[in-house]
Design a protein around this ligand. Structure first.
Ligand SMILES: Cc1cc2nc3c(=O)[nH]c(=O)nc-3n(C[C@H](O)[C@H](O)[C@H](O)COP(=O)(O)O)c2cc1C
Length: 385
């Protein structure tokens, strides 16, 4: 791993390597935001604007990075965010990242629209796996997915609320992705040409045989239908969630429930009233709406509204251990990291996620020492905000 740290000492060093290895229409799916990318940029600029003034003379110490969240202890204060179609970005990346997360005792969040199944990932996750739900229109499907998650020992459910409809993803269209096409899961000729120019992806993807899998949703698709499965999934998962539906989910799910995609204090309070155990402050990494505020600027008012002890998880734009500390200092209890883990797997292969964890861990420890903070309370005292 020493060589890897010289080659890729930061997350930003992984991204160009990943972009060389994956076909452009897939890279655009992973890397782009929506619209002109302003929300993504806002996430970056707002995080960069948060600084700490170090306090001197603390002598030698080893920061303790373990974190308790909702009755579980994680070795580090961050986990892997749900990324739909991860196995299209890099084949088997769900399995690889779940293995990494289990090894480092952090949560891996499996998307509803993953290729890998709840059952496979649950087995790998040692009770620390999280399952992300896009609420299906048919509540029987919702109940079946939750039964499967419970049986697979995925004890935390993340219900995503910030996708009321698909976003336009202009950069993906320009890169040749088949958005809106009838056969959105089948490879077209221009896509195949891009794939041929990216042989390491093509070799890794041989098992796909030109088709994407959706193992969580496949059991519910109509049998012998000529409709592509992407149509069935789109029609089930687009836009059915409302507060009543969230209440239904709350009644049915006995484990920990998180609501993801919260940016308004009033929504956070309503989520608390509906009985969720925690919220994820997120603008979906700038992928849904180009007029969103940076997620980090939404965090203080939400923390103020829900009080000091209600669990808040944060994501959107985290690219370093310093960014993780910024979010924790502003009021988050835990952080999710999305794209960097896929950059890691695409650049390095099955151990790419390990390298991402190691970068983030080293950066967090180092920044705490530079700041002169032994814990989050001291970190918050050094904040200039
Ligand atoms: C390619 C891609 C696919 C995503 N798919 C999902 C998903 O299926 N479910 C979900 O709740 N969020 C999804 N997200 C959002 C992430 O969970 C997370 O909110 C976001 O990536 C955080 O921003 P970051 O990538 O800058 O860390 C996706 C994000 C990306 C980049």
């Amino acid at each position: 791993m020493k060589n890897l740290m010289s080659k890729y000492p930061r997350i930003q060093d992984l991204e160009p390597a990943a972009s060389k290895k994956i076909p452009p229409f897939i890279h655009a799916y992973l890397a782009a935001g929506t619209g002109s990318g302003h929300t993504m940029l806002r996430n970056r600029e707002a995080l960069d604007a948060i600084t700490f003034t170090p306090e001197l003379m603390h002598g030698r110490y080893t920061p303790d990075l373990s974190t308790s969240l909702l009755g579980k202890t994680y070795a580090l204060p961050f986990g892997v965010a749900p990324i739909g179609l991860s196995s299209m970005i890099w084949p088997l990346s769900e399995q690889h990242l779940a293995t990494t997360a289990a090894k480092y005792q952090i949560p891996y969040t499996l998307s509803t629209v993953a290729a890998a199944s709840i059952e496979d990932v649950g087995k790998k996750s040692n009770g620390r796996g999280w399952f992300q739900l896009y609420a299906p229109k048919n509540p029987d499907i919702m109940r079946s997915l939750l039964d499967r998650a419970e049986k697979a020992d995925m004890q935390t459910l993340v219900v995503t609320a910030d996708v009321p409809s698909p976003s336009r993803r202009e950069d993906m269209r320009r890169a040749g992705a088949p958005i809106g096409s009838r056969n959105a899961t089948t490879l077209t000729l221009p896509m195949l040409l891009q794939i041929l120019q990216h042989p390491s992806w093509a070799i890794a993807a041989l098992g796909l045989r030109g088709k994407l899998r959706f193992k969580n949703m496949e059991p519910y698709a109509p049998k012998n239908s000529s409709e592509p499965i992407s149509h069935f999934i789109g029609s089930e998962l687009n836009g059915s969630l409302n507060w009543e539906y969230l209440s239904e989910i709350r009644k049915y799910w006995k484990g920990t429930l998180l609501l993801k995609g919260v940016l308004r204090a009033s929504d956070a309070l309503r989520a608390v009233d509906t009985g969720v155990d925690g919220i994820v402050v997120s603008n979906h990494g700038g992928r849904q709406f180009d007029g969103n505020p940076a997620s980090i600027t939404a965090l203080p008012s939400i923390r103020q509204a829900v009080g000091t002890t209600f669990p808040i998880i944060f994501d959107s734009g985290i690219r370093s251990g310093l960014d993780i500390l910024r979010a924790l200092a502003i009021g988050a209890d835990f952080v999710l990291v999305g794209r960097p883990f896929l950059y890691g797997v695409a650049a390095i292969g099955r151990n790419g996620g390990d390298h991402v964890v190691q970068i983030l861990e080293e950066e967090i420890s180092n920044a705490l020492l530079q700041i002169g903070a032994k814990n989050i309370t001291e970190l918050r005292q050094r904040l200039n905000f």
